[in-house]
Design a protein around this ligand. Sequence first.
Ligand SMILES: NC(=O)c1ccc[n+]([C@@H]2O[C@H](COP(=O)([O-])OP(=O)(O)OC[C@H]3O[C@@H](n4cnc5c(N)ncnc54)[C@H](OP(=O)(O)O)[C@@H]3O)[C@@H](O)[C@H]2O)c1
Length: 318
Amino acid sequence: MQAAVVTSFNTPPRYADIDAPTGGPADVVVDVVAAGLHPRVRSQADGSHYTSIDELPLIPGIDGVGRGPDRRLRYFVLPDTTRGSMAERTVVDERRSFLLPEDADVIALAAAMNPAMSSWVALRRRIDFRAGQRVLVLGATGNAGRLAIQVARHLGASAVVAAGRDRRRLATLGAVGATATVALDADPDTVAEQLAEGARDVDVVLDYLWGEPAVRAMVALVTAPEPRQKPLTWVQIGSVAGRSAAIPSAALRAARLEIVGSGQGSVTTAKVLAELPTLAREISAGRFTVDAKPVRLADVEQAWRTDAYPNQRVVLLP
Ligand SMILES: NC(=O)c1ccc[n+]([C@@H]2O[C@H](COP(=O)([O-])OP(=O)(O)OC[C@H]3O[C@@H](n4cnc5c(N)ncnc54)[C@H](OP(=O)(O)O)[C@@H]3O)[C@@H](O)[C@H]2O)c1
């Protein structure tokens, strides 16, 4: 069968012929219909993700939509494997998949399930989020951040402040539910002032950045001119601005700040899976704006270039 195949962690996958998977008794072999090229897939393919199993060759892809032997559509999430979804066929554990209606929007699902579940699962399963609370999305201009605004509003957030460095993208976020924006490309003092002013009342931060910008935002929020009375729950989700962050000890003492992470390992697989059918229904119903770019699997090598489709989520079609 044809697949995207990684033979070195230093080069993008190539479209190549490889043996088709067979699977064990508990597995379902699916014909893949669509698979998203998420940052998590890039880090799987370059060996840098914290769950990387360092085995080559590998077929990248962590989720997708496919048709099982019954020809019905299903969405699936794969475990850490070298037989990913960017192939004509892959092997799915039935318990990590669920059936979709025949009219499901397969492109939107392949594009959005992964980025949308980052905020959906965080708000529904990782923390005690309540309707009416206020949210800051740090790193709101990416696919996951943009969906986080929409997910937070959908789940009842009364306000969502969107912070990001790309002003052109930031200007589009009001249309998807942001009630205020903060440009992170300004000088650090201005950013701190704007966060202290515009995001002073937030209850929850959904943080896709980490690194320096997260530290600066944290300090700005907890040391705002008016001391914070209410708790602040900081949910660490992505790390596009830095893998580590030097948080000053005073930040932890100055407010009722609680830092938690949400991702593979900090929420059980069972809890994540329990949320997915509802999220899939909302995505397929067009509840969230999704910027998907369908591309033939044969063009995977070109699509892998990070500047090929800026800000769009590539969906590979075998
Ligand atoms: N924990 C989970 O469950 C989970 C699930 C899904 C995704 N994630 C993580 O969430 C993160 C975002 O994913 P995504 O799907 O949204 O990726 P994406 O669509 O590629 O977006 C990444 C965004 O980050 C911005 N960015 C990069 N460096 C930045 C910086 N220093 N300051 C401000 N913005 C910066 C980029 O904006 P520019 O245009 O300014 O470069 C881009 O808009 C990734 O780390 C991903 O692994 C976590």
